[in-house]
Design a protein around this ligand. Structure first.
Ligand code: COA
Length: 183
């Protein structure tokens, strides 16, 4: 019986309740708000709601609309204050994701935490870490197990396959460091 209840609860939370809450949050705290004044206030409310589901962290986090987070709902995601997450970002939630404060993720970024062994196809979960004060341009993909050092800038469309040292500018597929970033 407890197994049945666990399954039901899983389906209720994952397929109905969580998407419904996200939908409501997106309508109430719509995107396009500036990161000051009223916008920050709104974003704070949305972040509060999402934290109830997955997110942990401190301070105000600005989340634009249509953030997708995979199951399970384990609260594996930690976002520092004053961080901006653009529209339609995707966070794998199978291993931990940490984003330092004062960072910005452009629209359509993907932080992936699950992969497969290329030979055996066995599934592997690896954490992703983004240091404080990073800027990821639009549509950056960060692969499982990768850490991006604090203060780094990743150019639009990059696929980050290896760790990036702090205060670097990296671009391309795969992302290569092209110079240091002056902060
Ligand atoms: C990474 C970035 C900040 C670099 O800006 P910059 O210092 O002005 O760089 P430049 O335009 O002078 O380009 C320097 C070189 O890097 C290349 N380059 C720049 N951005 C690149 C990118 N995203 N991917 C691949 N190569 C890139 C340029 O082609 C140029 O190469 P070249 O020297 O062979 O001609 C910028 O190009 C970028 O990607 N910004 C993100 C914009 C964005 O996503 N905005 C929306 C979300 S906030």
């Amino acid at each position: 019986m407890s197994e049945v209840w666990r399954c039901l609860r899983f389906i209720l939370l994952s397929r109905l309740l969580a998407p419904a809450l996200i939908w409501v949050a997106d309508r109430l705290w719509d995107d396009g708000m500036p990161m000051s004044g009223f916008g920050r206030h709104c974003a704070d409310g949305k972040a509060w709601l999402l934290r109830r589901l997955w997110l942990r962290g401190e301070g105000i986090v600005y989340l634009a609309s249509d953030l997708a987070v995979t199951l399970p709902l384990q609260g594996n995601i930690e976002i520092g204050g004053e961080t901006f997450v653009g529209k339609r970002c995707f966070f794998g939630n199978q291993a931990s994701i940490r984003i330092g404060g004062g960072s910005a993720l452009g629209n359509d970024c993907r932080l992936l935490t699950a992969t497969h062994d290329p030979q055996t196809h066995a599934v592997r979960y690896l954490p992703v870490q983004i240091g404080a004060g990073c800027w990821l341009g639009a549509a950056v993909t960060v692969l499982p197990g990768v850490s991006i050092g604090a203060g780094s800038l990743i150019g639009a469309g990059a696929v980050v396959t290896r760790d990036i040292p702090p205060n670097s500018v990296a671009v391309g597929v795969p992302a290569r460091v092209v110079r240091a970033r002056r902060t």
